[in-house]
Design a protein around this ligand. Structure first.
Ligand SMILES: Cc1cc2nc3c(=O)[nH]c(=O)nc-3n(C[C@H](O)[C@H](O)[C@H](O)COP(=O)(O)OP(=O)(O)OC[C@H]3O[C@@H](n4cnc5c(N)ncnc54)[C@H](O)[C@@H]3O)c2cc1C
Ligand SMILES: *[C@@H]1O[C@H](CO)[C@@H](O)[C@H](O)[C@H]1NC(C)=O
Ligand SMILES: *[C@@H]1O[C@H](CO)[C@@H](O)[C@H](O)[C@H]1NC(C)=O
Ligand SMILES: *[C@@H]1O[C@H](CO)[C@@H](O)[C@H](O)[C@H]1NC(C)=O
Ligand SMILES: *[C@@H]1O[C@H](CO)[C@@H](O)[C@H](O)[C@H]1NC(C)=O
Length: 581
């Protein structure tokens, strides 16, 4: 038995290494999340993984692809006049939940795919105005052309400006206004419904200091379609990055201080190894030597064949693997990533050692798997749904920074009960980043530590996952013991249950929503549930619902009693209710 497991682990390692070593020059661009059977009608919409927590796609009667603000106004007006529900779709659609699904099956989708131009750069005042469908990649490069930089952004640049604002997406910092992109929005234009007497749609211009900006900056897409966004930038600067690996004995104290000492300092915890990779990452003057480049290994193109083989191994390790085989695989892959500086190079070609110093726009985000030379699906982003590769859940939660040390201390207690269980988190471990308190009604109310974890998802709903109880306990602990909040663009259903009550200014958000969209054109069942409108919940209570995070179990039938999984208290957080064997 041991020998067989050993061989399996070695196979997985070879695959992981082969994957990481690939340096492909082309990649098939990700699919458009919107597909229509008949021109622009009879459409489906999905996300970049072709899977929401409870279904693969949603339906819509119509799709529109406006190329100008005028066409956008016409598209909203047509939908309002026809009494259709509307949602905005983006070029790739990276949100995990059904945020972009219009209500019912007869709704309309407005894609921002072609709304991706730079409108204006005001270099003197360091402002840039872009259309909302522009990708983060496009925004970063347009700013850099004018010698300007966005200080803090998500690490993956395939997101669009409208989409990342919609869910409050963030990079990492406690400095300035903090790590969330919406903090740097100074103005925007949004198209909302209007009475018939005004032609069914109107453009609202929210200039600097407009009070409604606090609603529109993080809107879950329910206020209308953001047409253009103006962001405040900074003069171009350089960064100096070193990844420093240390043991995790003082992690609880470090989370309170690391982000104050290092402007871009995040923390990756590898619980099973009892190690932490600290990103020691600071701003340096543009005159500092170095032309470093970040091409994150995970966001590079991967060979489809290898991804498929990798998934076969993942399935095998899930079903028949042991903690030891999973941990060996992770440790070796992790060592590989570390020795390759996670994709950083000092000159765009080779990694020769830390620190890696380079311009902000070459370091802040990456995504070379987006490069659009079509090679017929030979190589793709690793989550591309057209091939049967890795399939995962992504949990993104935040806890108030003041409570982060106690939260981490609890996580360490859970870890100490079974360190090897944490290998199900893979090489990405527990990523911790910082976001500051926001004036946005749906932004973080207080300075916060965000926590990201990824883990295996089965294609067969209800299939038991290794150590799912441990993951559920972490999530419930963050949310319920430590006052945590879900990232609006990640997570499974249960994370949103009751979440809106933790946003002290949600009432003000709903007032703006009612004023902009009194008929609920931009609302759906899902967005009403997330916003707790009429007391609705995001939980789907049925047999086995807790196995996929569609609910928290309160009864054995929410787990899989026939497979030996029952609803049990958590091990460290006894109030948690998790499906355990
Ligand atoms: C590989 C990867 C890495 C990621 N890294 C990070 C990270 O570092 N930090 C982070 O915070 N998140 C990260 N995310 C999550 C991501 O930020 C969110 O899912 C984000 O909202 C997706 O943006 P999108 O452009 O794909 O928008 P979508 O998912 O398509 O849309 C999000 C919401 O915004 C609405 N919307 C979009 N455009 C408009 C508009 N013009 N007007 C009104 N509403 C609009 C949509 O209707 C929808 O409700 C990552 C995701 C992936 C896949
Ligand atoms: C929509 O398209 C599907 C196939 O993609 C087809 O089966 C269905 O009949 C179409 N519905 C309408 C109303 O045209
Ligand atoms: C805008 O999007 C289109 C379609 O996705 C793409 O071909 C074009 O290169 C994009 N333009 C910019 C400036 O990003
Ligand atoms: C796990 O082992 C069982 C019994 O040997 C086998 O039927 C099953 O296919 C294996 N699972 C995977 C994913 O290979
Ligand atoms: C950089 O990498 C290239 C190609 O991998 C190699 O030929 C070259 O010798 C390397 N240069 C240095 C300075 O390491």
């Amino acid at each position: 038995m041991a020998t067989v497991e050993g061989q399996r682990a070695i196979m997985l390692l070879l695959l992981l290494l082969a994957l990481a070593q690939m340096s492909l020059t082309s990649s098939s661009p990700p699919p458009d999340p919107v597909a229509c059977a008949d021109g622009a009608s009879n459409c489906t919409i999905t996300n970049a993984y072709a899977s929401y927590p409870d279904r693969r796609t949603c339906h819509a009667a119509k799709a529109a692809y406006p190329r100008t603000e005028q066409e956008l106004v016409a598209a909203v007006a047509a939908a309002v006049a026809a009494k259709r529900k509307v949602k905005v779709a983006t070029r790739y659609g990276h949100s995990f939940t059904k945020l972009a699904c219009p209500g019912g099956n007869a709704g309309a989708i407005i894609s921002t795919r072609w709304l991706n131009r730079t409108v204006r750069v005001d270099a003197r005042n360091r402002l840039i105005t872009v259309e909302s469908g522009m990708t983060l990649r496009g925004l970063i490069s347009a700013a850099a052309e004018a010698g300007l930089a966005l200080p803090y952004t998500p690490y993956w640049f395939g997101l669009t400006v409208g989409g990342l604002l919609g869910t409050g997406a963030h990079g990492n910092s406690l400095w300035g206004k903090g790590g969330a992109v919406h903090e740097y929005v100074v103005a925007l234009r949004i198209v909302t419904p209007a009475p018939a007497s005004h032609g069914f749609a109107m453009v609202r211009e929210l200039g600097t200091g407009h009070p409604d900006l606090d609603a529109a900056k993080v809107s879950l897409g329910v206020l209308g379609v953001i047409s253009q966004v103006t962001l405040r930038l900074q003069p171009m600067f350089k960064r100096s990055i070193s990844f420093v690996k240390r043991d995790d004995t003082d992690l609880a104290e470090q989370v309170a201080t690391w982000g104050r000492i290092h402007e871009f300092g995040d923390i990756t915890w590898l619980p099973e190894e009892r190690k932490v990779i600290y990103r020691q990452d600071d701003r340096v003057d543009v005159s500092a030597p170095g032309d470093g480049f970040n091409d994150n290994l995970g966001f590079r193109p991967f060979s489809a064949t290898e991804l498929e083989a990798d998934r076969v191994q993942d399935d095998l390790l899930q079903e028949n693997g042991t903690d030891a085989t999973r941990c060996t695989a992770i440790r070796t892959a992790e060592a590989y990533l570390e020795s390759h500086a996670f994709g950083l190079t000092n000159d765009g070609v080779n990694f020769t050692g830390y620190p890696v110093v380079g311009y902000q726009h070459r370091m802040q985000a990456s995504g070379s798997c987006l490069d659009t030379k079509d090679d017929g699906l030979k190589s793709v982003c690793y989550w591309d749904p057209r091939i049967r590769g890795p399939f995962i859940y992504n949990t993104g939660l935040s806890v108030p920074l003041s409570r982060a040390p106690a939260f981490v201390a609890d996580l360490k207690r859970l870890r100490d009960r079974n360190p090897q269980a944490f290998c199900v988190l893979g090489t990405s471990g527990v990523l911790m980043r910082y976001v500051k308190a926001s004036t946005a009604y749906l932004g973080k109310p207080v300075d916060s530590l965000t926590v990201d974890i990824d883990y295996y998802r089965s294609h067969a709903s209800g299939t038991p996952r290794a150590h799912a109880d441990m993951i559920d306990e972490i999530e419930q602990m963050a949310l319920h013991k430590y006052g945590g909040l879900p990232h609006w663009g990640k997570n499974r259903n249960f994370a949103f249950h009751g979440a809106i009550a933790k946003f002290p200014r949600a009432g003000e958000f709903l007032k703006v929503k009612h004023r902009y969209d009194p008929e609920g054109t931009f609302s759906s069942e899902w967005s009403d549930q997330v916003l707790g409108i009429k007391g609705q919940s995001t939980n789907i209570l049925n047999m086995g619902c807790a196995m996929e995070g569609l609910c928290v179990c309160s009864d054995d039938s929410h787990c899989a009693p026939e497979k030996g999984y029952h609803c049990r208290p958590g091990k460290v957080y006894a109030e948690a209710r998790v499906c355990a064997r």
